[in-house]
Design a protein around this ligand. Sequence first.
Ligand code: CA
Length: 379
Amino acid sequence: MRISAVRAHPAGAPLRRPFAFSQWLFTHRETLIVEVETAEGITGWGEAYGPAKPNAAAVMEFFAPKILGRDPRDTEDLWQFLFARSLDYGQKGTMLAALSALDIAFWDIRAKDAGRPLYRALGAARQRSVRCYATGFYPPREDDGETAEARFEAEAAQYRAMGFRAAKMKVGFGLERDVHLVETVRRALGEEIRLMIDANHAYDPITAVALARRVEQHDIGWFEEPVSPLDMEGYLEVKRGTTIPIAGGECEATRFAFEPWLRRRAFDYAQPDLCACGGISEGMKIATLASAHSVHVTPHAWGSAIGQAAALQFYAARPRHPGSLTPEEKWIECDSTENPFRTEIVAEPVRFEAGEWLLPEAPGLGVEIDRDALKRFAL
Ligand code: CA
């Protein structure tokens, strides 16, 4: 089998209702879908996290010419080759996002060629579904005409009706406002639904600990990105200061960068993004390292249906440790914000039922791009 063409599809769409997180206001979304075509007629799809056009340039100008004619099923060899060729220019960010997209596409092809869903090609037994948590509760823009409180109450009702048993909300808007919003969401969700909080690295360690202590009483499942991803000591300080488990790692890439975080258990939940950390190949290595240090892995997933499927397949196959007859339930991220790339660019999105994703039974990632829809979002 040989690679006959690589294509990059930068996609963008304005949001009908802009929303904020602790770093900026989202008014549109964009992503990069990557297509790898083989002479044998099997096509693989991947996705790169981050700015679509710079990622497209890395895929098309830098990586694509180096892999034409290669066998895409040689996933390990290709990863090492492409990483070695880009190492001197970027060990995370654009170069790794581009490599991630290609690796996901290679794995899609490899699993399609094997006639198995990707998670089974990775060695996992058949599973029906995985539990997921809703990512939402982003405050609206101030001139939106709706208060955060009103919007959050409607969202909570929606998640309950959809059968979610866990949800994650944004914090990082200032201590008092955060405490108020956590109280609002907790009241709206009720006591039965797990609630996680995510500051997107808005705080210094002292403020993060102060917030954690103020909201501990609300049974918080984890506190995600409390402090800067560049401050490992800060993470350890927050961990020492609260009983809430700590999550992080979405800004990190490769086993090499994750290793000290896992060895020091700077977070309890590692959150590599498959579209940024190096793809399926590297995600599995990060998860293996994490298992050796008893750190849970639950991927960050905020992209299109392709990235969502990659995260789901990876999650179903990830190594787990310790084992138990009655393991505690874990969750995978289910972005529940406005995102046409999750729902509109594939012929059939991953099926969702009562708070769970059903694992696709088709070979590969299990989702196929609708080319006409992809064209509508072309940047
Ligand atoms: Ca996050």
